[in-house]
Ligand binder design. Structure first.
Ligand SMILES: Cc1cc2nc3c(=O)[nH]c(=O)nc-3n(C[C@H](O)[C@H](O)[C@H](O)COP(=O)(O)OP(=O)(O)OC[C@H]3O[C@@H](n4cnc5c(N)ncnc54)[C@H](O)[C@@H]3O)c2cc1C
Length: 408
């Protein structure tokens, strides 16, 4: 019962576990996947300094350290429910109910689907599934793929597929409808892509992106954007074409694609076919926060953080006693930010257990999150800092409402 429990063995959960175990407290980490590491396992890219970020190696380092420190890790075990009874958190799994006074939820993120005619055909998968197949399970999802959805994640994973010698015919938009909305609007997509320019291998693309600072230039950029796309890592990124259908007889054979206007409307008579044996759908990521919701955390929808996030402060404390959050559940960011949040949550937990002795370290850890965010190679939402400020405002309002209740 004195063990701290962490749900999620991704970079946030493992970093928190290490921090807590280093201070002599016992920790149990529960994860539903067969390996520890979470979404870090699938990551593989070259950083601006020329070093390679290899998610499998980084996960192994975290796991080894946690195991050396005596952290108990249970895999293959989904947590289906949590509730607080008499000041203790009950964590429900199929075989057992665990109890703790201090619980950290670090369940990460999930992918947003984009409904497209033909998406139930065998050979259609989320872009994250293609990443796991390629980088974690070392199985090719196919020989030639089309990625539908142009965003940070799809660009990063397209590059990873190329590294594995898998042909990516193009990355392109979905046909715009009420669900695909922003993902199908060329101007919105271009806006969201401009902060990605540092990842571009071509100086031309880097320069072009930097020049497009104002709205008029952006509108011109999309008006004159080449219909057959601009190549990054030799993959055409098509912002003026959209997939209208995934076709195939019993399995994916290709996609039907049409030219679109700058507003995203299909231009009649422009439809053509692109052959492929697999299709990836990339609708973006949102925080996976159901467990915090069933626990009763208040939630706010913050676009800049990727969706609904549980209310928490910069120390990763929620409004519920003994409940903490860290990593992508608090907003979509890269693994290094998740790790720094895990360390902070770990210190906040020790601080609460040890009667406030970790205050200085905790302040340092909070600052370290900000520094890590400033240096992040991949930023899923360019306005993430605005999102964090909104959250802080909601937290301040919550504190005032608590004070008012005490006074009345
Ligand atoms: C498909 C996908 C691809 C991504 N690719 C990249 C990338 O290429 N580069 C990048 O920088 N970032 C990427 N990210 C973002 C990534 O989430 C962060 O980089 C980082 O891994 C977040 O760490 P985390 O610890 O918060 O969550 P995660 O790494 O997602 O770990 C969460 C863990 O919680 C477990 N879990 C979830 N729910 C439960 C439950 N109910 N019971 C038990 N266990 C549970 C999961 O199995 C998982 O192991 C990707 C995210 C996704 C979803």
């Amino acid at each position: 019962m004195n063990k701290v429990i962490i749900i999620g063995a991704g970079p946030a959960g493992l970093s928190a576990a290490i921090t807590i175990a280093e201070s002599g407290h016992s920790v149990l980490v529960i994860d539903e996947y067969m390996k520890a590491g979470g979404r870090l396992l699938g990551q593989l890219y070259e950083e601006p300094n020329g070093n390679w970020w290899n998610g499998i190696k980084e996960s192994q380092k975290l796991l080894d350290k946690a195991v050396d420190l005596g952290v108990q890790i249970i895999l293959h075990t989904p947590v289906s429910n949590i509730e607080s009874i008499n000041g203790l958190w009950r964590i429900y799994t199929e075989d057992e109910v665990y109890l703790t006074s201090h619980l950290l939820i670090a369940t990460g993120a999930a992918e947003t689907p984009l409904p497209i005619p033909g998406w139930t055909l065998p050979g259609v998968m989320s872009v994250g599934a293609a990443q796991v197949m390629t980088n974690v399970q070392r199985v090719k999802p196919g020989d030639r793929g089309v990625i539908i959805g142009v965003n940070v994640l799809s660009s990063a994973i397209a590059m990873e597929l190329k590294l594995a010698d898998i042909d990516v015919a193009c990355i392109t938009l979905p046909k715009m409808n009420t669900v695909t909305e922003k993902s199908g609007n060329p101007l919105d997509v271009m806006n969201s892509l401009l902060h990605l320019s540092h990842m571009a291998p071509s100086t031309f693309v880097k320069l072009g992106s930097k020049l497009m600072k104002n709205d008029l230039l952006k509108k011109m950029g999309i008006t004159f954007y080449p219909k057959n796309g601009v190549k990054m890592w030799d993959i055409p990124i098509m912002l003026r074409k959209a997939v209208t259908e995934i076709y195939g007889d019993g399995a994916v054979e290709g996609v039907k694609i049409a030219t679109i206007s700058t507003a995203g409307e299909i231009i009649p008579g422009t439809e053509e076919k692109i052959k492929a044996d697999f299709v990836c759908i990339a609708g973006g990521l949102y925080p996976l926060a159901e467990l915090a919701a069933v626990a009763g955390c208040p939630f706010y929808h913050i676009e800049e953080l990727g969706g609904y996030v549980p209310l928490h402060n910069e120390r990763m404390e929620t409004t519920l006693p003994g409940l903490y959050v860290a990593g992508n559940i608090t907003g979509i960011e890269g693994a290094k930010v998740a790790m720094s949040q895990g360390i902070t949550a770990g210190l906040a937990i020790i601080n609460s257990k040890d009667g406030g002795q970790q205050e200085d370290k905790l302040k340092e850890a909070v600052n370290f999150i900000e520094q890590t965010r400033n240096k992040a190679h991949i930023q899923f939402h360019p306005e993430v800092k605005v999102g964090k400020q909104k959250l802080q405002k909601y937290w301040n309002e919550y504190l005032i409402s608590v004070k008012n209740k005490v006074h009345n």
